[in-house]
Write a protein that binds this ligand. Structure first.
Ligand SMILES: Cc1cc2nc3c(=O)[nH]c(=O)nc-3n(C[C@H](O)[C@H](O)[C@H](O)COP(=O)(O)O)c2cc1C
Length: 323
């Protein structure tokens, strides 16, 4: 079963991906955070910094597109094929109002007929690249998934990766695993499961109980415990030194990319929201860390965390929120 790293806007872009591959590895496919193809049929310079084959060398990367318009999806998919990619992923899972309001991401799931028309155009002629889809189970209720399955089943989707929640769950509560499992036999294409996997034992359990799955996709836990993939393949857990060196490398790369250390501190805090779950205790230190805007305070707090707090073998599940 493939282990893949989830697309996460502002977290798992090129900087994280490269450093993750260098420090920990074990990922079969890295999915990029989404790109929105414009009317103009060319990726911007900024997008190319994330997509260039040189920057992504050595990794198996799948770019993700956010699109509602088949023509835009098609030019971008063909361009990605020219760049050497063998798979492109369509985002049908983003729950943010700014995206869904335009009928994109999860917003597309409200209109199965429009989604069918979109796929009819996309698959009208043979494509030089495989098209996978990352979806949720519906907008409001999981019963909506039956209509969506009927659409997906009619097209040569290379893999359907299912974040087992509906849009209105956002990221809260537990994944709707039972609904996912009921749908599984009805889906003719390879299927991947996504949602709240954060322990190596969960990966083993999925591999044992559902070997028919093509992949398991891991998002937030890959930031909390970047060694989770390596461990799942029998490798060593992350050491404190490794996590500290990984943090420092990310920070140096972001500082170079942003050209400002102040912005870098703000950005690194997004990682700490998850990374703090690998440390035992230290609530007060993390509170201070997530609050400070001062670079030298940030650096000394990181130093104190790295040198005084014991590392857990598995992350605490601190990002779970009730419905
Ligand atoms: C900060 C953040 C950014 C995300 N950005 C994307 C994205 O660009 N594309 C996408 O398909 N999903 C995105 N997701 C959803 C994740 O890919 C994943 O489906 C979700 O976090 C559930 O998996 P997990 O429990 O393993 O994290 C994002 C999630 C988070 C928390």
């Amino acid at each position: 079963m493939l282990l893949t790293l989830a697309p996460m806007e502002s977290l798992t872009g090129i900087v994280f991906r490269r450093r993750h591959h260098e420090f920990f590895g074990g990922v079969d496919r890295y999915y990029t955070p989404f790109f929105t193809p414009t009317v103009e049929p060319e990726f911007t310079e900024r997008q190319m910094r994330e997509l260039s084959p040189e920057a992504n060398r050595g990794m198996n990367v799948v770019p993700q597109l956010m699109a509602k318009d088949a023509d835009r999806f098609l030019w971008a998919a063909k361009r990605l094929a020219e760049l050497g990619y063998s798979e492109v992923n369509l985002n049908l899972g983003c729950p943010m109002g700014t995206v869904t309001g335009k009928g994109k991401g999860c917003g597309f799931l409200r209109h199965p007929d429009e989604l069918r028309e979109f796929f009819e155009s996309v698959f009208a002629e043979p494509l030089p690249i495989a098209v996978s889809v990352k979806t949720r189970l519906g907008w409001n209720t999981e019963e909506e998934f039956d209509d969506l399955i009927r659409v997906y089943a009619d097209f040569p989707i290379s893999e359907l990766i299912i974040h087992a929640r509906v849009r209105n769950d956002f990221y809260k509560g537990d994944p709707r695993t039972e609904c996912f499992l009921r749908a599984l036999p009805k889906l003719p294409m390879p299927v991947g499961f996504n949602g709240d996997i954060h322990l190596v034992s969960q990966i083993s359990e999925w591999e044992k109980t559902h070997p028919e799955l093509q992949s398991l996709m891991i998002g937030r836990a890959s930031v909390a415990n970047p060694a989770i993939f390596r461990e799942a393949r029998g490798g060593a857990p992350a050491s404190g030194e490794e996590l500290a060196a990984f943090h420092d490398a990310l920070m140096a790369d972001y500082a170079a990319a942003f050209g400002s250390i102040g912005n870098t501190v703000g950005h690194m805090k997004q990682y700490w929201f998850y990374m703090k779950n690998m440390f035992e205790g230290g609530e007060k230190l993390f509170k201070q860390l997530l609050k400070t805007k001062n670079v030298s305070d940030y650096e000394s707090l990181v130093q104190e965390i790295a040198t005084t707090l014991p590392i857990r073998t598995e992350p605490a599940y601190g990002w779970w929120k009730p419905v």
